[in-house]
Design a protein around this ligand. Structure first.
Ligand code: URA
Length: 433
């Protein structure tokens, strides 16, 4: 078999066999297929697409390009969650203690963030002492004893995806449905969960800009998951503005604490409760959405959810006092207010620009290996639909850097206003089961 013939075949819109797909993924993982050929192949996929069968074979080949995690030593149905990524998305911080509190085992592996803010494990490291490097034994024991653990993803999990994602990132081939679907699902399946809830984001801060595209991605991933024996549900959620009010790391932990105390922003609370509800259904705890939702609200109101977060912090070596005293989380030196310059209503907030501004303030990594400033970030005081007058604070930027002009400029461009109050958008746009 020759890679050039397979690139040609895909370029002409033909389907590849399972053997051909295995050849590509194995060859690429072993460095036998060079980046330039793989780049040509991904561009051919970008334009010609792949059938659902090809996507499932591509996913499976990436799952088996490295180690697969065996979670069979953990009792119960292990349910994982994944988001296709958005600005201010701190849902994992909320759902881990929330669903663990009702008995669903969550064995969460997370990558470090590359982009606007850190990933879930970077955010948790804003808590003094929090350890994300757990031995396999510790990880399994925590889940068996406390129903939850979170650890950094092992280096050898779906290595083909790791290489391919980095290549796609620099060859304008990230936003391809077959490539996103196989990338996400290969990591989830290799990580060993029995069931998966996917949060597919749509809007200015997401890969998928239209609801139609988001549905296609959601349906593709649900079909892959089910075809590989993982019960999978996808919910499609709005990302036309950042989720919640905080974008950063320590400040996102603070906002997650607010949600678990029942005092969180409405959009974030709705998305987190919805994902958590489906996780408890797949985990066999509740039978239907309404019951699950009602019970989870009670878990928050009774204080069990916040206690469970304290337990998570404590078992992973962090200082649990920060949960009752979030002011102990890292704080930045500078807090810069950005004010409104006209009256009316906030019509839009470009999530992508807000995310980039947060990164420029130090909250995210521009390249692998960069350090994150846990104290840096943005707090939004005005969101879409809020009334504003000149001099009202739109948001506050937090940073330890002396030069924040570019971030301020981005924020000024991110907000638009109108005379008419915009119609509120649903937070949850669809569910694909
Ligand atoms: N997230 C992933 O893990 N992979 C993609 O391709 C896009 C988003």
């Amino acid at each position: 078999m020759r890679m050039i013939d397979l690139i040609h075949k895909k370029r002409e819109g033909e389907s590849l066999t399972k053997e051909e797909i295995d050849f590509i993924i194995q060859g690429y993982t072993r460095d036998e297929i060079p980046d330039y050929q793989m780049a040509a192949f991904t561009m051919a996929v970008f334009y010609q697409g792949m059938s659902r069968r090809e996507i499932a074979d591509f996913t499976n080949a990436m799952v088996h390009s490295g180690e697969t995690i065996d979670l069979s030593a953990i009792e119960g149905i292990k349910v994982d969650k994944h988001s296709t990524g958005g600005v201010g998305d701190k849902v994992s911080l909320i759902i881990i203690p929330l669903v663990a509190a009702v008995g669903v085992p969550v064995a969460k592996m997370s990558g470090r963030g590359l982009g606007h803010t850190g990933g879930t494990i970077d955010k948790l490291e804003a808590i003094e002492g929090f350890r994300v490097e757990l031995s396999r034994e510790e990880f399994i024991n925590h889940v068996n004893n406390y129903k939850m653990a979170i650890a950094g993803q092992t280096a050898n999990l779906a290595p083909a995806d790791k290489k391919l994602y980095a290549l796609r990132d620099v060859t304008a081939t990230v936003d391809s449905i077959p490539l996103i679907a196989s990338s996400v699902m290969s990591k989830k399946i290799a990580a060993g969960a029995d069931a998966i809830v996917l949060d597919v984001k749509v809007g200015s801060g997401a890969f998928m800009k239209s609801l139609g595209e988001a549905k296609e991605l959601a349906e593709t991933m649900v079909e892959i998951g089910n075809s590989l024996n993982r019960k999978t549900i996808a919910i499609i959620t709005d990302m036309s503005q950042p989720l919640g009010r905080e974008i950063g790391n320590a400040n996102e932990v603070r906002e997650a604490i607010e949600v678990l105390r029942g005092q969180g922003a409405k959009d974030l609370t709705a998305v987190a409760l919805s994902i958590a509800s489906y996780m408890t259904i797949l985990g066999g705890i509740y039978e239907d959405f309404d019951t699950a939702h009602e019970e989870l609200v009670k878990v928050i109101q009774s204080g069990q959810a916040i206690e469970k977060l304290k337990q998570l912090v404590s078992i992973q070596g962090g200082n649990p006092e920060v949960i009752d005293h979030p002011e102990k989380l890292p704080q930045a030196k500078h807090h810069i207010e950005v004010k409104a310059w006209e009256s009316g209503f906030v019509a839009s907030i470009d999530a992508e620009s807000v995310g980039t501004a947060a990164m420029l303030l130090g909250a995210g990594r521009q390249k692998k290996g960069d350090t994150i400033d846990h104290a840096a970030g943005i707090t939004l005081y005005k969101k879409i639909g809020d009334e504003v007058n000149p001099d009202d604070t739109l948001c506050v930027l937090h940073t330890n850097l002396e030069n924040y002009d570019q971030a301020v400029q981005l924020i000024n461009k991110a907000y638009t206003f109108s005379n008419k109050k915009p119609k509120p958008k649903d937070f949850i746009l669809d569910v694909i089961a």
